[in-house]
Design a protein around this ligand. Sequence first.
Ligand code: CP
Length: 308
Amino acid sequence: MLIGKHLIDPSDFTREEFRELFDLAHQVVKNPEDFRKSCEGKILATLFYEPSTRTRFSFEAAMLRLGGSIIGFSEPNSSSVAKGESIADTIRTIECYADIAVMRHPKEGAPRVATQWLSAMPLINAGDGGHQHPTQTLTDILTVELLKGSVENRVYGFCGDLKFGRTVHSFIKFLSNYEGIKLVLISPEELRVPEYIREEVIKKNNISCIEADKMEPYMKEMDFLYMTRVQRERFFNEEDYIRLKDRFILDKEKMKYAGKETYILHPLPRVNEISIEVDQDPRAQYFQQAKNGMYVRMALILKLLGIY
Ligand code: CP
């Protein structure tokens, strides 16, 4: 039962709860119109302390397509945050007005702290610093299931900024519940996955894992290659960003190394790491992935509000 739960980290839901959620998401994908009045009278609040296109708009589109309404801010300085209001006071106030809320914050752990001040309203983490982004993982996993039918017994390549890339951390954490997962982690030395992901998620769960600094030798065996941008906003030093930002660029030439059914995913936004010429390749699935994000967020809202 997901009613009333918060989703801050992939470990907040059991494997069974995720299954329940994805089963509903598949129904939404098939017949989104069937759900168009499901949230009439309900309000979703979006509290974005950091910029967003996909996460905010897909949550808002999801609620509107369910017949509900939306309130919120995408620029914290347009709210009383600019006057120094704490997260605790903001979230307690939002609970007076909304039925469910989504929060993105640059500080790791901020959405988790916010849940301590809530009595009944479910809160969803829309990305906290370089830590976690669990609803991007919902988007990614729905895309995996739609393309391949199942998550287990697959090879997942991750390439780019694996240190600060919160979507990668959440995705790997989610995969650790499944059998037969093989990871290929491609990054510059400085941007390898954080120690807690390597030790507490990958090693602890005996997940097969290769860390590499080239993508070509591994592309053929991958079911998915998950490209990520280098996260400029998390760097202390612009010089390091400039040195590392274009280290891995997936272009038409490199796509020749991929298998016929190696699908290319990317949480977006993209900077230079996938050439636009790759967009025409049927294996490039990142815009469909962004669309799937709206469907799975529709399912998530329905489940947390206890409507389905
Ligand atoms: N994937 C993702 O989180 O995109 P936005 O930053 O545009 O929300």
